[in-house]
Design a protein around this ligand. Structure first.
Ligand code: ADP
Ligand code: ZN
Ligand code: MG
Length: 504
């Protein structure tokens, strides 16, 4: 067996851009998703996360001899829904199989999975790639059960013993295998984002990456640009965040290019993303690859999905993110970018539509919702912002605020502060405007006298302006806005200042 030196270039990040440009990366994702059922795949135990270890177990999920599995219909329904959302062909007949391997987290000595006859095949998912859209093929979607969880740190005698929590054993999963259609880490990121979104929209899973409801492995290879044949792939595991996925791929692509440039070959293997070291590390090579000795699961009947049940699931499918984006552009006249932001989550999109139903202008609402997301921590996900803060602000209040800006009851400048206050206190905009004294100054003479004051106080800048330095104009506007606490209409201030400055 071929065995080239593994002394590959470990220092990624040093490949010159012109060398990198000679290569193309090829990526395919394999994603495990926990189905949002109340009970496990083959027994009635709860799937609740965070319960004390080994409290949600029974003879079936503990793998005791003689215990027989029974398929959870809800799990099958959710798996079918996911497959349909990914435009797959749901097979009328599929079958469970035993995947045999030995590991402490696998009490039965095998995992119930699907092999030759998966639930669904041949689908796709759309991503935006630059200006255009691109379809990423989905090879298959199959059902399987989760394994138990090994516990080490923080448990008794952790230096000598491993502990096993079987609460997770038998929890229903689907594995989604993607085609090697991705060509850059950014595309992989976009693909996982859109996949997560589709699964959340359809309530197939809560997709909580921290709790392990969504787990992603990435297969990656590089080839000389223009080559037809794929290079040798490496599977990277332990990518439990979007950031890790992108960083690990970037690292791995450079490592592989480095190896090829050094005249070595890429070894087919499984590597782990080491978060703290910021690199991938060899876990097992192909030589140690498992032979799982798959065979049909004799304790479960083959799965037969009736056409009318499939149709029923299809009919109950909510509007998917792509369709929603297209509708937002079409019906509300939003830009594609606005539509992308607003459909980030179903809740966010629903909120937008509720605000618009209350009579707010759609484009202005989109603008204010985007500003809101900038108000909140830049790093926080939109869905978190909504969960944390929207609870406070009803769609009616938000619509009222948008209307107050539009009809000039509040300046856009101050509306930001009002918005922030609304989220803090849950009070309606009008009340905040009144209590904070934020009504705009409508009296033009009043504004003009403030403008005059500002000019009088800054004779050097006035001279600069008149000498042709137009840049100082912004300074005057800023001063006036400060003195009026943002309550003057910026356009009026502009007009008045221009007029005053023209006079000699
Ligand atoms: P294996 O036989 O090792 O399971 P598969 O052909 O079933 O390999 O593919 C597993 C995953 O690897 C899929 O997600 C697929 O898209 C991806 N993949 C296959 N070949 C390559 C390659 N040369 N480079 C990158 N990814 C690949
Ligand atoms: Zn059980
Ligand atoms: Mg495979």
């Amino acid at each position: 067996m071929e065995r080239t030196s593994i002394r590959t270039v470990e220092g990624a990040g040093h490949i010159p851009a012109e060398v990198r440009a000679n290569y193309e990366s090829v990526i395919g994702l394999e994603v495990h998703v926990q189905l949002a059922t109340a009970t496990k795949a083959f027994c009635a135990c709860s799937t609740r996360f965070g319960d004390p270890p080994n409290t949600n177990t029974c003879p079936v999920c503990l793998g005791l001899p003689g215990a027989l599995p029974v398929l959870n219909k809800r799990a099958l329904e959710l798996a079918t829904r996911a497959a349909l959302a990914l435009h797959c062909t749901v097979q009328e007949r599929s079958r469970f199989a035993r995947k045999n391997y030995f590991y402490p987290d696998l009490a039965k000595g095998y995992q119930i999975s699907q092999f030759e006859l998966p639930l669904a095949t041949g689908g796709w998912l759309e991503i935006e790639s630059g200006e255009s859209k691109k379809r990423i093929g989905i090879t298959r979607v199959h059902m399987e059960e989760d394994a138990a969880k090994n516990l080490h740190e923080g448990f008794a005698h952790a230096d000598r013993y491993s502990h096993i929590d079987f609460n997770r054993a038998g929890v229903p999963l689907i594995e989604i295998v993607g085609e090697p259609d991705l060509r850059a880490p950014e595309e992989a990121y976009a693909c996982l984002t859109n996949l997560k979104q589709a699964l959340e929209y359809t309530s197939v899973s809560d997709c909580n990456m921290e709790e392990g409801s969504l787990r992603c492995d990435a297969n990656v290879s590089v080839r000389p640009r223009g080559a037809e044949k794929f290079g040798t792939k490496v599977e990277v595991k332990n990518l439990n965040s979007f950031r890790y996925l992108q960083h690990a791929l970037e690292y791995e692509i450079e490592r592989q290019i480095g190896a090829l440039e050094a005249g070595e070959t890429v070894v087919q293997e499984t590597r782990l993303w080491n978060v703290s070291a910021g690199r991938t590390e060899s876990m097992r090579s192909k030589e140690f690859a498992h032979d799982y000795r798959y065979f049909p699961e004799p304790d479960l009947l083959p799965v037969r999905i009736a056409e009318n049940w499939k149709e029923e699931i299809q009919r109950a499918m909510p509007e998917l993110p792509d369709a929603k984006r297209a509708r937002f552009v079409h019906v509300y006249g939003l830009t594609q970018d606005e539509a992308v932001v607003l459909t980030d989550s179903q809740q966010y999109a629903d909120y937008f539509e509720a605000v618009v139903k209350h009579g707010a202008d759609p484009r202005q609402t989109a603008g204010w919702m985007q500003r809101l997301s900038h108000l909140a921590e830049k790093t926080a996900e939109l869905s978190e912002i909504i969960a944390d803060k929207y609870g406070n602000v009803t769609a009616a209040h938000f619509a009222e605020m948008v209307g107050l800006v539009k009809d000039g009851t509040i300046t856009a400048t101050n509306a930001r502060a009002v918005l922030a206050k609304m989220f803090e206190t849950g009070k309606p905009a009008a009340e905040i405007i009144a209590s904070e004294g934020l009504s705009p100054i409508t009296d033009e003479e009043g504004v003009e006298s403030i403008c005059r004051g500002v000019l009088a106080k800054n004779p050097e800048n006035v001279a600069k302006y008149r000498a042709g330095n137009e840049g100082v104009f912004k300074f005057f506007v800023g001063q006036v806005m400060r003195e009026t606490r943002g309550r003057a209409n910026p356009q009026t201030v502009n007009d008045i200042l221009k007029r005053l400055l023209q006079r000699s």
